[in-house]
Design a protein around this ligand. Structure first.
Ligand SMILES: Cc1cc2nc3c(=O)[nH]c(=O)nc-3n(C[C@H](O)[C@H](O)[C@H](O)COP(=O)(O)O)c2cc1C
Length: 391
């Protein structure tokens, strides 16, 4: 399988573990590469006390020799520093289910009477594994000039501002709240502060962009090979993500067809180009060579300092939820998680497209891929899909 992985581990167990299969040989890889992305998952803004305890470092246990991948499965472990603090401590049973978390359905499904048996694994601590795997995907795709970034488009009631994507991505890269510009950063920081004061949690919309993609990753030939479906599933698999769209898919429904679709044209240098990107970089489940634009809606997380109405499993009586350490707004921390799951899916799609066992072999094949300019289109600079009046 191209670039697949299986993670294991509980939030307060000794460590998280993950095995990645299908990474080609010859990719330079070290623990510092993984640490850079893991640090981005530990942004302080909106984070709870756990992040002050952990300094996530992934150890590479297999699949890398002399600083390069060997093509064998790569095993990683990420210790939970908080494990030591829980050793020998009498941890009371947790029996009041939090609305919005795994608690109620998991206890019914698996027959638990202590919610901790479910929450230890349903916790988003697991996303540290995906960020470590995503860092490998990022390193791999970087050799092909494929880069990903993200920013928070809106947070709670703070609406999206019109910021050009290049500016938004550049600003967000160093913004503690992953905002697209300073005005939004101030508004986000204030909103997170106020939510914390009120004992509330905040959600938001994460915009992720990937540049440098070739034409033709994914396929329309079977539903499983559609890259839009695979990316959407990957993004939806992240804890607390409740919606996904490519470019402005929901707003695009208000346009007429001829106003929506991205014209196919030639630029002044004679290269085939798409002057707009309302499709978000995907048509018929394949990359178009345009930037991939994907948005994820993250809900306000379930654990709130403000009690919520629930039931106590132990007594069967109505009870209010209780609060143990939790984030206020993990949206800034989730940005790198979204980038990671997107990069993992793209790495798998690129490996499927190119085949081959080693990075040098793949790079040679990549250089030989056809581009849109290989089509026998008119050499005249000409718009092939002229603007048409609406219906
Ligand atoms: C990076 C990250 C951090 C999270 N931190 C918390 C948290 O501290 N407390 C909490 O209740 N939920 C947190 N969540 C969300 C829960 O894990 C999630 O809501 C829960 O697993 C239920 O799944 P669902 O929301 O996808 O239905 C976090 C999610 C992410 C991506």
């Amino acid at each position: 399988m191209a670039f697949s992985y299986l993670s294991a581990g509980e939030s307060h167990g000794p460590c998280l573990a993950v095995i990645i299969e299908g990474v080609p040989a010859g990719l330079p890889l070290d623990e510092a590469t993984l640490a850079a992305d893991l640090a981005r998952r530990q942004l302080k803004a909106g984070a709870g006390g756990r992040m002050a305890i952990e300094t996530d470092r992934a150890s590479i246990l297999s699949g890398v020799m002399a600083g390069k991948t060997t093509g064998a499965p790569i095993a990683l472990s990420i210790p939970n520093k908080d494990f030591a603090a829980w050793q020998g401590r009498a941890v009371p049973a947790y029996t009041t289910a939090r609305p919005g978390h795994a608690d109620l359905a998991a206890c019914v499904k698996y027959g638990f009477d202590d919610i901790r048996c479910a929450l230890e694994r349903s916790s988003a601590r697991e996303t540290a594994c995906r960020v470590a795997v995503g860092a490998i995907a990022r390193a791999f795709l970087g050799h092909f000039g494929i880069r990903a970034g993200s920013y928070i488009a809106s947070l709670g009631a703070v609406r999206e501002a019109a910021v050009p994507p290049a500016e938004a991505l550049a600003f967000a890269a160093t913004s503690p709240v992953r905002a697209p510009n300073q005005a939004q950063a101030d508004a986000y920081a204030n909103a997170i502060h106020l939510a914390g004061v009120k004992g509330e949690t905040l959600g938001g919309v994460i915009a992720c962009q990937v540049e440098g993609l070739p034409i033709g990753l994914g396929s329309y030939v079977t539903p499983e090979r559609r890259l839009d479906a695979r990316l959407a599933a990957a993004v939806m698999s992240v804890n607390a993500i409740k919606g996904v769209e490519f470019a402005e898919a929901f707003a695009n429904t208000e346009l007429l067809g001829s106003a929506l679709h991205d014209p196919i044209a030639r630029d002044t240098a004679g290269h085939v180009c798409r002057p707009t990107n309302r499709a978000g970089g995907l048509e018929a489940g394949m990359t178009t060579g345009q930037p991939l634009l994907i948005r994820a809606a993250m809900k306000p997380i379930p654990t709130t300092l403000t009690p919520q109405r629930s039931l106590d499993f132990a007594t069967g009586e109505p009870a209010s939820t209780t609060y143990e350490r939790s984030d206020t707004c993990p949206v800034p921390r989730a940005c790198v998680v979204i980038e990671s799951v997107v990069l993992i899916e793209l790495a798998a799609a690129l490996i499927e497209k190119l085949g081959g066992d080693s990075l040098p072999e793949m790079l040679a094949r990549y250089a030989a891929l056809p581009t849109a300019d290989a089509l026998r289109l008119s050499p005249e600079p000409k718009v092939f899909w002229p603007e048409r009046p609406g219906l």
